[in-house]
Design a protein around this ligand. Structure first.
Ligand SMILES: C[S@@+](CC[C@H](N)C(=O)[O-])C[C@H]1O[C@@H](n2cnc3c(N)ncnc32)[C@H](O)[C@@H]1O
Length: 337
């Protein structure tokens, strides 16, 4: 084999020399042509952090979370920054909120007209085949499809979110909490609890068939909340046995119900529920007024509550930030642990 000898007598074979030269040439080529290989210039630019890929937020909502110093995932009600953001979006899009004029949609109709169309054309799908071939799992009453039930108990429907915000934050609710509502109606408030809580943690006793139909047949399916399996039971006698004995409630509330039912029945309900309320943290919230109690007179009211093992905590008012809505709530807790 041919070899070159150096002056010091080290023998390097020719193929090795050729290989080394080729490697050096390739290295030199890569070094010169690669942009990243250029010599670093001194730079005092701020380093840009990698984008936060954990939550799909827009830059502005990320900034909001930073500026409030709180995690948006923990907050329940709308923050000042949220409200400001809405205001900015309205302004940026040139929307005129103050003008309360009817909109000209493509086909603007009242609920009554929509209902009429639904009846005439057999539902939104305008299904025209034989009824036997109709694969709809359940027929849905037209009045639900046009959302008449959003006005069954007065407006605003959106105020349900306010009530939820207030109650959830007042009781420091977590998804693990257990909640009972008395008279949930068409789920104006309940929907928000169902969405927030773990499956099966929301219970409700409601007497009205049409409202229950609206809840099961329209609201839960349309909001994608069937998987939350709320326990909603038809009844009007403050009978809670069907809810089982498992777990105690962190919150029991009743929105616009106690003022409509006989005082005696309210007391029956409270008596049955005291032991189902968590001893220290548990709260009962009643909206509008507590005439079932105050009608007895201040002292007698307190005494009767105490006899049941309840104590009145106080009155709260809650202003809506978004929906022109105003709530009054009365808070109770267990007096005997
Ligand atoms: C004014 S609505 C309020 C509904 C709901 N809480 C809301 O805020 O939209 C009163 C509700 O209480 C229900 N209700 C009245 N008496 C009841 C009773 N004894 N037991 C259970 N629900 C009752 C009614 O059927 C109705 O759904």
């Amino acid at each position: 084999m041919m070899a070159l000898s150096s002056t010091k007598g080290v023998v390097v074979p020719v193929p090795v020399l050729v290989l080394a030269a080729a490697a050096a040439a390739i290295f030199l080529y890569l070094f010169v042509s690669s942009p990243s290989s250029s010599l670093p210039t001194p730079c005092s630019c701020p380093t840009i952090p990698p984008p936060d890929t954990t939550t799909p937020t827009t830059p502005s909502t990320r900034a909001t979370a930073k500026s409030t110093g709180s995690s948006t995932s923990q907050r329940i009600s709308a923050s000042k920054d949220d409200i400001e953001w809405v205001r900015n979006q309205i302004e940026a899009n040139g929307l005129h909120m103050a003008e309360n004029v009817l909109r000209k949609g493509i086909n603007p109709r009242t609920r009554e007209q929509q209902l009429q169309d639904l009846l005439q054309f057999k539902g939104v799908s305008h299904y025209e085949g034989e009824e036997a071939e109709n694969h709809t799992a359940f027929p849905c009453p037209g009045e639900l499809l046009v959302e008449q039930h959003h006005s069954y108990y007065g407006e605003p429907w959106a105020g349900g979110r306010d009530s939820f915000d207030f109650l959830a934050e007042s009781t420091r609710l977590t998804p693990d909490s257990r909640v009972l509502e008395i008279g949930c109606g068409t789920l104006r408030v309940g929907l928000h609890f169902i969405r927030y809580l773990n499956p099966e943690h929301y219970h409700c006793l409601e007497k009205d068939e049409l409202s229950l139909m609206a809840a099961f047949r329209y609201e839960l399916p349309s909001q994608g909340l069937l998987h939350k399996r709320p326990l909603i039971i038809r009844g009007q006698d403050m009978e809670f046995a069907k809810f089982g004995n498992e777990g105690m409630y962190d919150l029991i509330y009743s929105n616009a119900v106690f003022l409509h039912i006989p005082d005696k029945l309210v007391w029956v309900g409270l008596e049955r529920l005291v032991k189902r309320l968590k001893p220290i943290k548990g709260r009962i919230f009643v909206s509008h007024n507590i005439k079932f109690c105050s009608r007895l007179g201040g002292e007698a009211c307190t005494k009767k509550l105490h006899g049941l093992g309840l104590a009145y905590v106080g009155k709260h008012t809650h202003d809506s930030l978004l929906f022109n809505h105003y709530d009054i709530w009365y808070e109770f807790k267990r007096s005997k642990i």
